[in-house]
Design a protein around this ligand. Sequence first.
Ligand SMILES: *Cc1c(COP(=O)(O)O)cnc(C)c1O
Length: 361
Amino acid sequence: MKREEVFNFSAGPSVLPQEALERAAAEILNYNGSGMSVMEMSHRSAFFQEIFDATKAKLKAALAVPDTHEILFLQGGASLQFSMVPLNLLEAGTADYAVTGNFANIAMKEAKKYGNIHVAASSQEDNFSYIPRQEQLDLTPGAKYFYYCANNTIYGTAWDYIPQTEAPLVCDMSSEILSRPVDVSKYGLILAGAQKNMAPAGVTVVIMDKALAGHEMPITPLMLSYKTMIDKDSMYNTPPCWCIYMLGLTLDWLEKQGGVAGMEAIKHEKAQMIYDIIDNSKLYKPCARVDSRSDMNITFRTGDADLDAQFAKEGQARGLMNLKGHRSVGGIRASLYNAQPMEGVKALADYMKEFEVKHHV
Ligand SMILES: *Cc1c(COP(=O)(O)O)cnc(C)c1O
């Protein structure tokens, strides 16, 4: 298939802005008259330092990151943060976790290895179909931090409010970062793997209140200390150079789209186009509760696993890729990240209507 014939609904790694990929292609053999690819140059070179500083500055501007907070470009995916967060922030205290999906659950279990963890809320008994409200959060007085996952990629749910806690907020924003403005000052630490909404897999963005660094447990590996990385501006060792460069290209594209405010203005419209079809359908059933729906990952099912599989398969044949639900839950999932064009959403909407006419008896 040709790229022009395809719309990619993958949950991650996922579609990147066409313009960012074209620039990377044009510069791949010779970056900015250096005679070298970004993949080939020293991370200590002036050429790369400029890319690094510019990317960091663009991210700082895009999310209006205050000077109290540091931006780190780390490796190990969002999943390594599940260990890094407790190693650095838990000390001898207790941390509260809201378990609203697979990744929050893994983060909670991982943190338990390092100390006292309290489950402040869980929607597991209801198949992670909803987000608990503020009054349902059972908060521990004096907790070291409160951990939650803003957008649950597998279940298709999202928090529509910022939890109010005394403890610093730690938030996994992997699958929604850069889709809306965020008041970064309200967070102790934001973490996000790049491969959903920012760049290729390989860089993990952490934005943290510098005041929280420097309290790591003595057993903390050097490489997993936020303080190490803050002191060395993410370059204690070789950073994921290519991914940082690609993030810069995505951020240039984002700015032209009106930044995160521009993304927020259209994300709900895109998602609603698909939710409207689900809500008016006799075939499709939503997985997430209406008040907890994600604009990024839309999950639904027909009630028949074979028909779900057929939906993904026939979709692929017409260029609508990766519509299969996560292997742990099945069903159908369409991810509508920033780089998913409106035409892609419309093509999916048309396909859903046709499929229903054809298959609903
Ligand atoms: C994809 C994802 C992860 C896991 O990311 P890795 O980079 O593969 O470790 C964690 N949290 C959320 C919300 C995700 O969407």
